[in-house]
Design a protein around this ligand. Structure first.
Ligand SMILES: [Zn+2]
Length: 462
């Protein structure tokens, strides 16, 4: 049983557990197992951040670098499907766009069931229980603001799926916490109510399993795709690009004429920015290209209060990182991260070894304000669909000033600790080591007695 409590913060879940407000999670899952914090994936956004659970790989590896993205190469060649926004009808392409080296979790089980999760590749016919209810229900919930209803329907689907003994994997998403937080803040009464409702459903599912004598043999994994923080200011990144001479298209203005740039925002605190160069949309636009076109661009963008971290590729094959605290260069070579501060300390990490494995890098940065940011930037730039320039927003700010209805009062997507750290609750004891959400996939396979395939990026937590 893989339960995605979308947008749940580690600290909020843990506090509710400590206060005894999630009695069913405590009794049926935690009492037999563990709760640990883990790093999600960048961008810490619904959709891309589901990929680790379902594929064992980072969003960049599976070519889903954001909830919106652009494929410059396709655009340059005039091909179809060069842009995506999974926020609308294009969500149906999500599974087709996903390039999972070892397939999805569904492929490793005989009778999997899916409820409200947008990654459906590998499901057998009829395995997507919410196939007909999801599109209408999500649209209605968005406009009528009734996300608690969607969580109720998720619970209804879950109880039905539990009672069918043929099912050997259930993946269910409760979208309420994420959606309700966007409209208020992570500690709002209605948001906490969504946690409690989810707990109530866990209790009912556990009792159903007790009656069916399937209780002891059921593995529970409760996870979240990202945390969220309160947002007080919206920065218009498109407007900034326009004013610097990079007329930009974005969603919903995808047909803007003579656009020389594209801004694809996720969550809304992260953006993939695509820039034309002397060859139009062909090839990447490197730091040197951008500085040749506009020597003040990066400095001017960095001066914006809403901009926290900028990252872009350079001619030397590295990633150039900038923040208000300094600049650094980053490279992924022969299975190790090479990180070299050039000025100041952009992430406030303090002393770090210059060469680290992916694991060492996670361990060294896990408790910082930017957990795992080095590996997370590398994996994102691995995607050919990632932006030329990556923008991560400052706490309290997002990057989308228009076209968001209802207005977002909370955000995610950025490299910030409170948006990247998520809970993993497992009904079996798991290692209390620094973890990533990519580790959930191999952990589930191991605990259900299945072989762990080659080519994935996570490591089992048992
Ligand atoms: Zn989410």
């Amino acid at each position: 049983m893989l339960v995605i409590l979308d947008g749940a913060r580690y600290d909020v879940l843990r506090n509710l557990l400590h206060k005894g407000e999630l009695p069913n999670v405590k009794q049926h899952i935690l009492a037999r197992g563990s709760l640990i914090p883990a790093v999600s994936s960048f961008p810490s956004t619904t959709g891309p951040a589901y990929a680790p659970f379902l594929t064992g790989c980072f969003p960049g590896t599976v070519e889903i670098p954001g909830i919106r993205w652009m494929d410059k190469e396709l655009r340059a060649r005039g091909g179809k499907g060069w842009r995506r926004s999974y926020m609308g009808y294009e969500a149906i392409f999500f599974s087709r766009d996903l390039a999972a080296p070892a397939g999805t979790l569904f492929r490793h089980f005989r009778h999997p069931v899916n409820i409200f999760n947008m990654i459906t590749a590998g499901l057998r016919k009829g395995g997507n229980a919410s196939r007909y209810t999801k599109p209408l229900l999500y649209a209605a919930a968005h406009f009528a603001e009734c996300w608690s209803l969607v969580d109720r329907v998720a619970g209804w689907h879950l109880l039905r799926a539990v009672k069918d003994r043929r099912n050997d994997l259930i993946v269910v998403v409760f979208p309420g916490v994420d959606s309700l937080t966007h409209r208020s803040h992570p500690f709002d009464r209605r948001v906490l109510e969504a946690y409690r409702w989810f707990d109530h459903v866990i209790g009912r599912a556990a009792h159903a399993l007790l009656q069916l004598a399937g209780y002891d043999e059921t593995l529970w994994m409760v996870v979240s795709d990202h945390g969220m923080t309160w947002t007080h200011s919206h920065f218009d990144l498109v407007d900034f690009l326009d004013r610097r001479g990079f007329r930009a298209m974005d969603y919903p203005r995808v047909f803007r004429r003579n656009a020389r740039a594209a801004v694809m925002i996720s969550g809304n605190a992260m953006a993939n920015v695509y820039l034309q160069n002397s060859r139009g949309w062909y090839g990447r636009t490197y730091r040197e290209d951008l500085e040749r076109a506009d020597g003040e661009f990066l400095v001017a963008l960095m001066e914006q209060e809403a901009v926290d971290v900028l990252a872009l590729r350079d001619y030397k094959g590295g990633i150039h990182i900038m923040s208000k605290r300094g600049a650094a260069s980053l490279k992924w070579e022969d299975g190790v991260v090479r990180y070299r501060p050039l000025a100041g300390d952009p992430f406030g990490y303090g002393e770090l070894p210059e060469v680290m494995t992916a694991w060492e890098s996670l361990e060294a940065t896990f408790t910082s304000e930017y957990p795992d940011a080095l590996v997370q930037l590398v994996q994102l730039f691995n995607s050919r669909r990632s932006g030329d320039l990556i923008v991560s927003a400052t706490k309290g700010h997002d990057l989308r000033a228009n076209f968001e209805w209802p207005e977002h009062r909370a955000s995610h997507g950025a490299l910030l600790r409170e948006q990247m750290i998520v809970p993993i609750v497992c009904s079996h004891p798991i290692d209390a080591r620094p973890a990533r959400t990519v580790d959930v996939f191999p952990t589930i396979l191991k605990l259900t007695g299945k072989p762990i395939p080659a080519g994935i990026e996570g490591q089992s937590l048992v």
